[in-house]
Design a protein around this ligand. Structure first.
Ligand code: GLN
Length: 509
């Protein structure tokens, strides 16, 4: 382990191991629920407990905050939803156990958008999370849905925070709050014990203040190679080994690197300040010898629409189990009111946005709509994946070498896009099109306005690729711009090292 996550010894460690010596389950009781920090002005923690979890290896190492859709044994796991208000998980998520085995101490659960659905951490039964960079009278969005985890890292309540990233929920809050947000390759980190939103897209992500601390927690610890038999989407050990063989972890000299700038990401809605930061980062990398290459990812334009068909469709199926019988609180009328049993529990338990997603998803899966929506969205998803595979220098280690059939591409596609791929190592683009908006402005926005924030994050999610958001601080700017690096599947470690290098270059500039 490197020194970035300080492995503490001395009085702090002793105190901590004493506090931690009580058994986890016996500590859980109703009063713990009452420890919710309602008074916190940032509203980022929903349960705090310094004393709850001891690191399994018993050496106090670092503080870990956990998003409230990740199960922590004995602690409430409520997904910011009234329907799970009384729920405490009977078991611990694999990723939490793995991190505790490597020195993490769980310090609490973080606020979020209900079931992960949102981009601003405002769709929560606990109320909105507030960005610590806000001026006193103008609270800003902390981004969502892992806003509470980003704030926990920003405020120093935790050195590492777990979030989940289905379409950008780790990267977007990282961008708005000025921390680092890493979404791993799909299937790398176990989702056992993570409440599903959209299974084919859900990943556990990590928020932190430094790249080496992420490297320590996930890579030096060996967690990235661990298959979890309890998670059917966790990659098998043999596949991990094959992928690792295909991807070197060493970052070559800058002169040997090609960084792609996706031209379709230069959208009309891009804030000029964000665009300037993007250009600045690209030119700083170029000045250090990297080759900056414009690339085209034509399917990107449809990626957002495809995501907002696929994610709600999966959500509508996943959330069917919250019916007041298996999960959720039964309404006052119980089952005495005949067929209103489910509707009462679901009607009062779910928030507006979750209901909207369930309705959207149920519709797009219905027999009259499935061909026009769900099936089309799956086709777009495949084209988004092919776009990425076409432009990365590394082959996707999950597939046999593939020939790209020009006949598969739209007839109106520019000839340039059909020609041979430019072959880049990483893509560089903003994480979000704008700076963090004010919470008061969000009240006048439609839900579609919130969806647009995800325009740069969903393509990597649809393709299952690793991506990381790092903060770039404009010279005279008060607020950070999140810059996103995207890598080929399983090229996570090299991508993180590229992110570290980029941050060092920006610091020195
Ligand atoms: N904002 C996106 C959504 O609401 C992404 C959420 C996520 O990644 N959990 O679906």
């Amino acid at each position: 382990m490197r020194a970035s996550l300080s492995r503490k010894s001395g009085p702090r460690a002793v105190i901590c191991s004493k506090i931690c010596s009580c058994s986890a389950v016996s500590l859980y009781s109703r009063p713990l629920l009452a420890q919710r920090r309602q008074a916190s002005t940032l509203n980022h923690m929903v349960t705090t407990t310094e004393s709850f979890s001891k690191p399994i290896n018993n050496s106090f190492n670092y503080k870990l905050a956990v998003k409230d859709n990740v199960a922590t044994e004995g602690l409430p796991t409520q997904c910011a939803s009234k329907i799970l208000d009384s729920h405490a998980s009977p078991f611990e998520a694999t990723i939490v156990t793995q991190l505790r085995a490597n020195g993490a101490v769980v310090v609490g659960k973080t606020n979020m958008d209900e079931f992960g659905m949102g981009s601003h951490s405002v769709n929560s039964m606990h109320g909105a999370v507030v960005n610590p960079l806000s001026d006193k009278d103008a609270p800003l969005s902390a981004g969502g849905s892992s806003g509470g985890s980003a704030v926990a890292v920003k405020t120093g309540d935790a050195q590492i925070a777990l979030g989940t990233d289905t379409g950008g929920s780790v990267r977007l809050p990282a961008a708005y709050t000025g921390v680092i947000g890493y979404k791993p390759s799909y299937g790398m980190l176990s989702r056992h014990g993570v409440v599903p939103y959209a299974n084919s897209l859900d990943t556990v992500g990590v928020l932190a203040n430094s790249i080496p601390s992420i490297e320590d927690a996930i890579f030096s610890s060996g967690i990235y190679m661990q298959h979890d038999p309890n998670d059917p989407t966790s990659l098998r050990t043999a596949t991990r080994q094959r992928c690792s063989k295909a991807c070197s972890s060493n970052l070559p000299a800058m002169e040997k690197l090609a960084i792609g700038i996706p031209i379709e990401y230069n959208i009309a809605e891009l804030d000029p300040g964000v665009k300037a930061a993007w250009e600045n980062v690209a030119s700083q990398l170029e000045a250090q010898g990297a080759r900056i290459v414009p690339v085209s990812l034509p399917a990107t334009k449809e990626a957002l629409c495809a995501y907002y068909v696929l994610a709600p469709a999966e959500a509508s199926s996943n959330l069917a189990k919250y019916d007041g019988v298996r999960y959720g609180v039964r309404g006052k009328n119980g089952d005495s009111a005949g067929d209103t049993l489910y509707s009462e529990a679901r009607g009062s338990g779910f928030g507006e946005e979750v209901k909207r997603r369930i309705l959207l998803g149920t519709y797009s899966l219905s027999s009259e709509a499935i061909d026009n929506y769900f099936i089309q969205a799956q086709k777009v998803r495949r084209r988004v994946q092919q776009d990425f595979d076409r432009i990365f220098r590394l082959d996707n280690p999950l597939y046999e070498e593939r020939q790209f059939d020009l006949a598969d591409m739209e007839a109106d596609m520019l000839l340039d896009n059909k020609r041979g791929p430019p072959q880049v190592d990483f893509l560089l683009c903003p994480t979000a099109p704008t700076f963090a908006p004010q919470l008061s402005d969000l009240q006048n926005q439609s839900s579609v306005d919130a969806y647009i924030n995800d325009v740069f994050t969903v393509p990597a999610s649809l393709a299952g690729l690793p991506a990381v958001s790092i903060p770039a601080w404009p010279k005279d700017g008060k607020f950070p711009v999140g810059m996103q690096l995207i890598g080929q599947f399983w090229d996570d470690l090299r991508m993180l090292r590229m992110a570290e290098k980029t941050m060092a270059i920006l610091r020195a500039a």
